[in-house]
Design a protein around this ligand. Structure first.
Ligand code: C2E
Ligand code: CA
Ligand code: CA
Length: 546
């Protein structure tokens, strides 16, 4: 891959060199210091190697160049710089492996150059959208225009959900491509008086003026969010990145750019924490909610040492008999009470606390499992950050050794997010776990990518069908068809099927008819505290016996 890229870079180099041979190539190292002068001009310049890029071309943005180098993009970048006196400098920048090559030439400006210069200064090179600078000027101008007029402006801030994992796992070029596709999708949702901008990274904004506000901008927001529920195709892979939208209105939420931005920022934060993929309009109460969240986040850092975590166990049943339990983490905050895992696990994940918390769950749950009948398994959820963390398999086998639990009794539940990275690494990890005799379940199947290639390439023992398909199983023919197909597919691939979220006898019966191997859900039992398991098992034995 690397070789392939660098040979493409090399050909970009020869092309650029040939095209601009008269001036030759200036080469800069990773610190942006001049590493080599074009030999043809070495004597003619007063500059020497070691001089910084900033000294030579102060108008080139360092961050943008680093991004470009990291992107592996084989296409050279073109810049135009106004030298005044009717002259422009044309720069062609390209990557030479880790180095940066620059070819420059100077000529008289023509009318097209003026348009190009203006565009370059006010637009984002990657997506073609107006940039932050244009945004700031449009926003100030818009606010000035509506002053005292009784009119409104809507400011929407948009942020891609899960852009970072895509960028980290599929690589920079795919990330760039995704941003371009996202920008196009955003543009396609705009109406007459809306303008979209790229502010930075995966942050976009829309300014809406004119008739129909505020309702119109809420509709645009909803339209955008639903447009982002469709996958993007990157190198033939369907990738889901949702969109979160925060909206504020001038003059009510702020009559200057700073206040208005702050308000839409707060609304965006609220949309993100309420579960992403949604829009939220600013409301002053949100400030309080944010404060609470930050408080929670800080308490999470000490929850482990203050022994505020516990584990509940939910039984998994096969042919009417309990065969194991799934460990579900619980956090009881001293003041705020029980905090749902859907709230604190993403927090722990983004704060980098998950490997440590996960190790605690692993050890505690394996110890607890020793108290259960000898053929029961314990299923433990492993979050993506944990799964991809260094030394996972060693940690697990060490825990099993210390605790004395046979590896066959451990089952790990992972979600497809873990597999997005099609590297040797995660396949290795899965294979190692497999060789150790640990079972692997693919959790929440049907809600994320549901890529069939994962099923082909990774050695799963079980597929867990998400509860999303179960609630309307008895009435919705589509849910039935999906569940039936997943079961047939899994069995053909020699995998077992567990269905979660089974709440009624009717659902259980239907699942049995469809050939589902195991079920889990409130119908059998809610998750139980460790001390309640013995009682549960004795009463369920009674039931079986009856
Ligand atoms: P999950 O792995 O999909 O776990 C199943 C969730 O469904 C649990 O929610 C469980 O209480 C709930 N559930 C079980 N039966 C029913 C039912 O019949 N009806 C309904 N409506 N819900 C049912 P919970 O405990 O709130 O956990 C939420 C998620 O948090 C889990 O989803 C899992 O992704 C994550 N999680 C929980 N514990 C851990 C952990 O120790 N480590 C990691 N990485 N994630 C965990
Ligand atoms: Ca699970
Ligand atoms: Ca699940």
């Amino acid at each position: 891959m690397k070789e392939h890229l660098s040979s493409r870079k090399a050909s970009a180099l020869t092309e650029a060199t040939v095209e601009r041979r008269p001036n030759g190539v200036f080469v800069f190292d990773r610190d942006f210091r001049l590493a080599a002068l074009p030999s043809a001009v070495a004597g003619a310049f007063t500059i020497t190697p070691g001089i910084s890029l900033e000294q030579l071309h102060p108008y080139l943005d360092r961050t943008m160049l680093i991004d470009y180098l990291d992107s592996g993009n084989p296409e050279p970048l073109k810049f135009l710089h106004d030298l005044g006196d009717g002259q422009v400098r044309e720069l062609t920048v390209f990557a030479l492996g880790d180095l940066l090559g620059i070819v420059q030439s100077q000529r008289a400006a023509d009318p097209d150059d003026r348009t190009a210069l203006l565009h370059q200064a006010t637009h984002d090179a990657l997506t073609g959208l107006p940039n932050r600078r244009q945004f700031a000027s449009d926003l100030s101008e818009g606010l000035r225009n509506i002053e005292g007029s009784g009119q409104m402006i809507a400011l929407m801030q948009l942020d891609l959900d899960d852009f970072k994992p895509v960028n980290d796992t599929l690589g920079h070029p795919a990330g760039d491509k995704l941003l371009q596709l996202a920008a196009n999708r955003i543009k396609s949702c705009l109406t007459g008086d809306d303008r979209a901008y790229r502010l930075a990274g995966d942050e976009f904004a829309i300014i809406s003026l004119g008739a129909g506000l505020p309702q119109r901008s809420v509709e645009i927001g909803e339209h955008l969010v639903s447009a982002f529920k469709e996958p993007f195709t990157l190198d033939g892979i369907a990738v889901f990145v949702g969109l979160s939208v925060g909206i504020s209105f001038a003059p009510d939420d702020g009559d200057d750019p700073e206040k208005l931005m702050k308000a839409s920022d707060v609304a965006l934060y609220a949309a993100k924490t309420e579960g992403r993929g949604r829009i939220s309009t600013f409301d002053p109460d949100m400030l309080q909610i944010i404060e609470q969240r930050e408080l929670l986040r800080r308490s999470l850092r000490v929850a482990l040492e203050k022994e505020q975590f516990s584990i509940e166990y939910q039984p998994i049943v096969e042919e009417g008999r309990v065969v194991g339990f799934e460990a579900l983490l619980r956090w009881k905050h001293p003041l705020m009470g029980n905090i749902p895992p859907a709230v604190f696990i993403p927090m722990a994940e983004s704060d980098g606390l998950m490997p440590e918390i996960g190790s605690w769950v692993m050890e505690r749950a394996c110890r607890d499992a020793l108290d259960w009948p000898e053929d029961f398994t314990v299923a433990i959820n492993v979050s993506p950050a944990e799964f991809l963390s260094e030394g996972l398999t060693d940690r697990i086998s060490q825990t099993l050794d210390e605790v004395g639990l046979p590896s066959e009794r451990l089952e790990l539940e992972i979600t497809e997010g873990v597999l997005l990275e099609r590297t040797v690494n995660n396949l290795d990890t899965l294979n190692t776990l497999n060789v150790l005799g640990i079972r692997i379940s693919l959790d929440d199947f049907g809600t994320q990518y549901s890529s069939l290639s994962y099923l082909k390439n990774f050695p799963f023992d079980t597929i867990k069908i998400d509860k999303y398909f179960i609630s309307d199983l008895e009435t919705n023919a589509k849910s039935q068809a999906i569940v039936r197909s997943i079961i047939v597919l899994a069995h053909d691939l020699d995998m077992q099927v567990t269905t979660e979220g089974v709440e009624t006898e009717g659902q259980a019966r239907r699942l049995r008819d469809l050939g589902c191997d195991r079920i889990q859900g409130y119908m059998i039992s809610r998750p139980l505290a460790g001390h309640a398991i013995a009682t549960f098992l004795s009463t369920s034995e009674d039931r079986d016996g009856a």
